[in-house]
Design a protein around this ligand. Structure first.
Ligand code: ATP
Length: 487
């Protein structure tokens, strides 16, 4: 465990040191669960977002995009059930005042004390502990238990506060994750909106608009990528869980009389897996599917599975896949009193489509690729990011910073390559140090201009993963890198 935390610490430190991720509001003492992306993180995030969009929208004829407002009408969130039910169970330590999610507290305790729990009779055989609770404990998934059941487990398992080790807890209670916003000068409910808690609702409320303004035909998907906001309290683990995060969500609409939801579900599972393993080149051995238990699955969902990644702090949800039936469209139709059905052009049948929803956090994808790419070798730390998502594709170096003709040539190469790729020019320190600095931010190729280059118009290209070097004619460089990126 210490080793794993150590790995997370190393990654967090590299992220800060090399400009990927900074703590939010840092010069004012920080703001919990917020982060800012530095120059490298910004490029990496943008590359992942572009790849996602290209894969799920640009390359598919059955998908269209949407960009809905972040601030939205309170009725949307009442209709969707978020105002009443989008809540986490929270618990406070009365001694040190630490506040945390009760389900996370219990699950972390179960995971680190599995042997003790299996051997002990504390909860097995206790009349107060129902079969439902025992089953949740055995799966280490207690989300979905009531606040009373969670309180009981904290007491029976004698869970200490991870912060101060005392056992002095408040009862478990629910708190809503939505951020309300007061708009303009209108007092009361009329001026009340919410920062969106998920991008999905923007898709449902615009379903009719998209159908009426484009030529989509069932089955089809609407994709949206953008910020969502949740008043999360769990600290730590970098950008894994933040109060403001980037979501990539798809609602894939279909007529259940004409398509099998089970088949669509399986297809989406393959597509998501393919994106992570082939586009992001993450190791398949670090991934697994987890089926939601009956207790944790939303009441309207027929089936939900999470694609989980093995983070240094355990297998955790990366990407959720849910069959949401037509619950959301039904709710919005009933409450807005607008007809959201579409008519089958062949039969004239009115359809209120069902949906399969793949929903991912882009920041979690980013943390995953950083963890997966982080490699320590004897003399260097390398981020073996796939070149497609690496912040810089190429770094260009003049061998010596004080030789004008070398610097000039390097600048010419930089000016040419920057038209095609994100490139950096660096002349600080010796070449060895410059290589190491680029390895740490995952730059796949370094180009060095030396004295021979002035004679033969060739440069040395060094490969990040193998450290092998080869001479390449300057005039072929952009093609050379284009070919490498496409392979
Ligand atoms: P979790 O159980 O981790 O809170 P969730 O099941 O509530 O997640 P969804 O509502 O299904 O999450 O959201 C879809 C995806 O959005 C998740 O799979 C995750 O990648 C991402 N996500 C959700 N909440 C956060 C957050 N607070 N910070 C970063 N990413 C998040």
């Amino acid at each position: 465990m210490a080793e794993k935390n150590d790995l997370m610490e190393k990654i967090v430190s590299l992220c800060k040191r090399r400009g990927f991720i900074y703590p939010g509001s840092e010069i004012y003492g920080g703001l919990a669960n917020t982060y800012d992306y530095g120059p490298m993180g910004t490029e990496l995030l943008r590359n992942i977002k572009n790849l996602w969009w290209k894969y799920f929208v640009q390359k598919r004829s059955d998908m269209v995009g949407l960009d809905a407002s972040l601030i939205s009408h309170h009725k949307i969130w009442e209709a969707s059930g978020h105002v009443a039910g989008f809540a986490d169970a929270m618990i406070d330590c009365k001694n040190c005042k630490a506040r945390m999610r009760a389900d996370h507290l219990i699950e972390n305790f179960i995971e680190t004390n599995a042997d003790v729990i299996a051997r002990s009779t504390t909860i097995v055989g206790d009349e107060a502990i129902s079969k439902k609770i025992l089953s949740a404990v055995s799966k280490s998934k207690v989300e979905g238990l009531s606040v009373e059941e969670l309180s009981l487990l904290v007491e029976k398992l004698k869970i200490p506060c991870p912060n101060c080790e005392k056992r002095n807890w408040t009862p478990v209670r629910k708190f809503n994750l939505l951020f309300p916003v007061q708009l303009g000068i209108v007092e009361g409910e009329g001026g009340m909106g919410y920062l969106r808690g998920e991008t999905a609702q923007g898709i449902f409320i615009n379903f009719r608009n998209v159908v009426d303004s484009t030529r989509v035909r069932l089955p089809f998907g609407i994709a949206q990528m953008g910020k969502s906001f949740r008043n999360e309290i769990t600290p730590g683990n970098s950008v894994f869980r933040t109060i403001e995060f980037e979501q990539g969500e798809i609602e894939y609409f279909f007529d259940p009389d004409n398509a099998s939801w089970n088949e669509l579900f399986e297809k989406w599972k393959n597509t998501m897996w393919d994106f992570v393993t082939r586009e992001l080149r993450v190791m398949a051995t670090n991934l697994r599917w987890r089926v939601h238990t009956n207790e944790e699955r939303s009441f309207y969902s027929e089936r939900t599975e999470d694609l989980e990644y093995k983070f240094p702090f355990g297998f955790k949800e990366l990407w959720g896949l849910a069959y949401r039936t037509n619950y959301d469209l039904t709710q919005h139709m009933n409450i807005s009193k607008k007809d959201l059905t579409i008519t089958d052009p062949h039969t004239g049948k009115k359809i209120l489509p069902h949906v399969i929803e793949p929903a991912v956090g882009i920041n979690r994808l980013l943390l995953m690729v950083l963890v997966d790419a982080y490699t320590e070798e004897e003399k260097r730390v390398v981020l073996k990011l796939h070149p497609r998502i690496a912040p810089y594709k190429v770094a260009v170096f003049p061998l010596l910073a004080n030789k004008e003709n070398l610097v000039e040539k390097a600048k010419e190469i930089y000016d040419d390559l920057k038209e095609h790729f994100m490139v950096v020019l660096d002349d600080r320190g010796n070449i060895g140090k410059r290589y190491l600095a680029q390895d740490e931010i995952g730059t796949p190729w370094c180009v060095t201009v030396d004295f021979d280059s002035l004679e033969d118009d060739m440069v040395t290209v060094r490969d990040r993963n193998t450290t092998q070097q080869e001479r390449v004619p300057i005039k072929n460089l952009s093609n050379y890198f284009h070919n490498k990126l496409d392979s």
